[in-house]
Design a protein around this ligand. Structure first.
Ligand SMILES: [Cu+2]
Length: 380
C-alpha cells in the first residue's frame, strides 16, 4: 500500500539507469508500452509473461517467457477486456525462469544453510565466521521480468545464516555495491554492532561481531536510508539461531515471503516466496508421507502491510519467532507483518499435491503460490 506523499519523493529520485532502462535497452523502447498497475493486470485475468512484462514497463525484455506467452495477453488492448482464459491458465505465469550456472535457484536456496567457517576461541566458545558481499545484480523474478536488485552475495534473499545460541558470530561485510549499505541483524547485541548507524560506503568493509542470542528465527537486512528502498531492492536474508538442545528431527526449509516493485511505482507487481514467482508451483517440493517438515517462514515484503501463508489439506504447529519450544498454536494460516517470522511444523496424512500460498488472493495470483508433492502410499 503506497504512501502517496512519500512515494512521490521515492519516484522522483534521479536514477535513470534503473528506472528507465534494463541492460542495454534504451528508454524509448520501454516507454512504448503503457505501464499497467497490478490491479489492472488482475482485471485482465492474465498473468502471462508478456502481461507481466508489460506491467514491468521498462523491465520487459523479450525472452523465453514472453515468446511463450499467449498472443492476446501480449496485446496492450487485451488488458482491459474480460477474462477469457480458464482459471487454471490464469493462475500462473507462462514459461519458466531458467536456472543457469551461477544464477539463483529457489529449489537449492530452500534447503541451503550457511553455518560459516567454524573454529574455537581460547575461551572454548564456538566461533562462526561468514563473509557477505553486497553487489548490484539483475535477478529474473518471473519469466522475462528482470529486476535490477541489490544483493547480498549475488542472491535474493541473501544466504541463510545459521548458528547455535551462544556461538560467537563474526560477519565480514564487504560493500561491493554502488550505494552505501549496512547489515542489521535482529538479535541481542551491542549498539555498535546493530548496523543502523555505521553506514558502510561503497568499497567499505565492516566486521559484525556478536554472541548469538536469543535462539529463534530472525532475519538480517540493510538499514541504510531510504529503508524501504534498500530493503525492497533485495538486501535481506534469514538468520537462524538454533537452540542449544536443537529442535526435533525434521526436513527443514526456508521460505522468505517477498515482493518486487518492477516498475518503481511503490507497489509490488510480483510476489513470491524466495523471489521467483510461482517457482514452487512449477517445481513442487517433494516431501514424504508422514515426514516431519519444518518451514522457517519470514516476511520481508515491502509496500504491503502484511503477508500470509496458508497450507492446504493440513494444519501446522506455529511457533512465533521460534523463541519458545513449548508454546505453539495449531492452525492452517498465519499472517505476518513485515519483519515478523514463524516456525511452522507439520506432516502430511494424505499423499498428493497440496497448495501453499498467501491467503491474500491477489498475492497468490501474482506469484506467491507453491505446491508440496506428498509422496508415499496412504495407509489411512
Ligand atoms: Cu542498503
Amino acid at each position: 500500500m503506497p504512501d502517496q506523499e512519500s512515494m512521490g519523493e521515492y519516484n522522483n529520485r534521479s536514477e535513470p539507469s534503473e528506472s528507465r532502462t534494463v541492460g542495454n535497452e534504451p528508454a524509448s523502447e520501454a516507454q512504448t508500452t503503457a505501464p499497467l498497475s497490478r490491479r489492472q493486470l488482475l482485471k485482465a485475468g492474465a498473468l502471462g509473461a508478456a502481461a507481466l512484462a508489460a506491467a514491468g514497463g521498462a523491465l520487459a525484455r523479450p525472452g523465453r517467457g514472453a515468446a511463450q506467452g499467449r498472443g492476446d495477453s501480449a496485446s496492450p488492448d487485451a488488458h482491459g477486456g474480460p477474462a477469457e482464459h480458464s482459471s487454471h491458465e490464469t493462475m500462473m505465469s507462462v514459461g519458466d525462469v531458467e536456472v543457469k550456472p551461477g544464477s539463483f535457484d529457489p529449489t537449492a536456496f530452500l534447503t541451503h544453510f550457511d553455518t560459516g567457517k567454524v573454529s574455537r576461541l581460547p575461551s572454548g566458545q564456538t566461533l562462526r565466521e561468514y563473509q557477505i558481499v553486497a553487489m548490484d545484480r539483475e535477478v529474473e523474478v518471473a519469466p522475462g521480468v528482470f529486476f535490477p536488485a541489490w544483493t547480498f552475495n549475488g542472491q535474493v534473499p541473501g544466504p541463510t545464516i545459521r548458528c547455535t545460541e551462544g556461538d560467537r558470530v563474526r560477519v565480514k561485510f564487504i560493500n561491493g555495491g554502488s550505494h552505501p549499505h549496512t547489515i542489521h541483524f535482529h538479535g541481542i547485541h551491542a549498539a555498535n554492532m546493530d548496523g543502523s548507524f555505521e553506514i558502510i560506503p561503497a568499497g567499505g568493509v565492516f566486521t559484525y561481531d556478536f554472541d548469538a542470542e536469543p535462539f529463534g528465527l530472525h532475519l538480517y537486512h540493510c538499514h541504510s536510508v531510504p529503508l524501504k528502498r534498500h530493503i525492497h531492492k533485495g538486501l535481506y536474508g534469514v538468520f537462524i539461531i538454533d537452540p542449544k538442545e536443537g529442535r526435533p528431527q525434521a526436513r527443514e526449509m526456508v521460505m522468505m515471503m517477498n515482493g518486487f516493485d518492477t516498475n518503481f511505482d511503490g507497489e509490488n507487481e510480483i510476489y513470491a516466496v524466495n523471489t521467483v514467482a510461482h517457482h514452487y508451483q512449477k517445481h513442487p517440493i517433494p516431501i514424504g508421507l508422514g515426514e516431519q517438515v519444518r518451514v522457517y517462514l519470514v516476511n520481508i515484503t515491502e509496500f504491503d502491510l502484511i503477508n500470509s501463508f496458508h497450507l492446504h489439506g493440513n494444519f501446522f504447529r506455529l511457533y512465533r519467532t521460534g523463541t519458545r519450544l513449548d508454546q505453539y498454536e495449531f492452525t492452517d494460516t498465519v499472517m505476518l507483518c513485515q519483519g515478523e517470522r514463524a516456525v511452522l511444523e507439520f506432516a502430511y496424512k494424505f499423499p498428493g499435491k497440496f497448495l501453499f500460498h498467501a491467503h491474500q488472493s491477489e498475492f497468490a495470483e501474482l506469484g506467491w503460490t507453491g505446491l508440496f508433492d506428498v509422496q508415499g502410499r496412504s495407509n489411512v
